[in-house]
Design a protein around this ligand. Sequence first.
Ligand SMILES: C[S@@+](CC[C@H](N)C(=O)[O-])C[C@H]1O[C@@H](n2cnc3c(N)ncnc32)[C@H](O)[C@@H]1O
Length: 281
Amino acid sequence: MEEFELNKYEKSKDYAKSPFRYPGGKFYALKHIIPFLDSVEHDEYREPFLGGGSVYLAKAKTKYNWINDLEEEIINVYQHIANSEIINEFAEMYDNEIASKIRHKEVINSKPNTAIDRAFRTYYLNRTSYSGIIHKPAWGYKEGKSSPPKNWKNFLVGSSKKLDNIKITSVDFEKVIRAKKKGKKVLIYLDPPYFKADQKRAYTKSFETDDHLRLAKVLKSTEHYFCLSYDDCEEVRKLYSWANIYERNWLYNTANISGKSRNTGNELIITNFKVKDQRFL
Ligand SMILES: C[S@@+](CC[C@H](N)C(=O)[O-])C[C@H]1O[C@@H](n2cnc3c(N)ncnc32)[C@H](O)[C@@H]1O
């Protein structure tokens, strides 16, 4: 099997790196996921469970793009990065910023009442809290966990162009999947919270068994192409027995309570299309 070369992909004009640290982030899985997305022709792309956005930011930009996450505070940050008129003002808020336990506490206790101040607070906490968790109970400060604040401005500005002129929302996933198409062919990449892995601590929005069942039901009847990543467990295999299931293995970051934040795990990539380019499968 030929190995997909992510480092070549990184040189493409569209490639950008996620400015976030994110539990369940798919940076380490890109070399497995991108070949699936590249193998189907589409002029409209949707990603309902965006999180840290590593997949959207890495892939080629299409004519119509729609990114979404139910977590409004993360989406508020994306909206600031995407707005060419305010990205610089936003990114410059971190000039002269420091990362320390005292400052971290100060930011937690701040009560921003404008959208830009809320974005400032969320991104600060994302960069400095344990595993990038933005869920309140887990806002522990970890010394030296993140790249220093002087680098954050470049992280933010670096992903701005890719977010320019696209649709960015904070709604439930079902709405994104069910929406009528704008282009000729829609491809949806979905990365829901895992079925088994302990992600409850990581996100403010809980995702229960009923949500997993609801997702499978909507996907079964969708006219769009989809590519879905999940943890490998019996329940998921059963729910998607009607689709194409591929086994993979990658490093992931679950923000586990065990103390180990990065593990390798058995993962599934599930599609409703056959992959034409078999080189990487
Ligand atoms: C596994 S994470 C996505 C990680 C992302 N692929 C990355 O690379 O960073 C799952 C995301 O689903 C979001 N989420 C939870 N329930 C949702 C819902 N009902 N609709 C849309 N998004 C939801 C969470 O806020 C979380 O950001």
